[in-house]
Design a protein around this ligand. Structure first.
Ligand code: TPP
Length: 183
């Protein structure tokens, strides 16, 4: 299995042109540390809200793929969003980085769906894929969406990335500019 940050790196390599929406905590910090760009929306603070925000972005900008970087705790916090994504069928690749804990807040064990992939498909996702290696991710067919990538990850063995230095207003302004929405 990969460490969370390595998994995020693989996703970035695979979808360099996509818009990204990342859940709060270490996942956002790792994304910021690996590749800070206007196409990243860091959902600083609001656990469970990356997916609904990404849904709105994908519906507003249908020509551009949106990647959600979610945690397993964050996914579980807002499962009600999945049927909406399934029903509206946006071009979303929903990546769940599953370390089986709330690592950002001290490593408390998460309670989550017994089978996240089956849950996503049951909610209307076109496909869902349990992944536990770089190779299995690289060969994955991800043309049809919405798709869930359930990335089983090891807890981090190093410090998370740096805290996001942009203000929330700056994150919004540059993201809006990136997708062509005037402020
Ligand atoms: C609504 C809400 N509840 C709790 C928190 C505190 N919090 C921030 S990150 C986090 C853990 C997130 O866990 P997970 O999504 O599994 O990601 P990980 O930290 O393991 O990478 C928690 C509990 C929050 N920011 N918002």
């Amino acid at each position: 299995m990969l460490e969370t940050r390595e998994a995020i790196g693989l996703v970035l390599d695979r979808f360099p042109e996509a818009l990204y929406v990342s859940t709060c905590g270490f996942i956002t910090r790792d994304l910021f540390g690996l590749s800070d760009r206007p196409a990243n929306f860091y959902m600083v603070g609001s656990m469970g809200m990356a997916a609904p925000l990404a849904l709105g972005v994908a519906l507003a900008r249908p020509g551009r793929r949106v990647v959600i970087l979610d945690g397993d705790g964050s996914l579980a916090m807002n499962l009600g969003c999945l049927p909406m994504i399934g029903a509206l069928a946006p071009d979303i690749v929903h990546v769940v980085l599953d370390n089986s804990r709330h690592e950002s807040t001290g490593g408390q064990r998460t309670v989550q769906p017994r089978d996240a992939s089956a849950t996503a498909v049951g909610c209307g996702y076109v496909s869902a894929h349990p992944i536990d290696s770089a190779e299995s991710f690289r060969v994955l067919e991800l043309h049809d969406t919405p798709a869930l990538v359930h990335f089983r990850c090891l807890p981090r063995n190093r410090k998370p990335g740096p805290r996001v230095t942009h203000s929330p207003q700056e994150i919004v302004a540059r993201f809006r500019s990136e997708i062509g929405v005037s402020s």
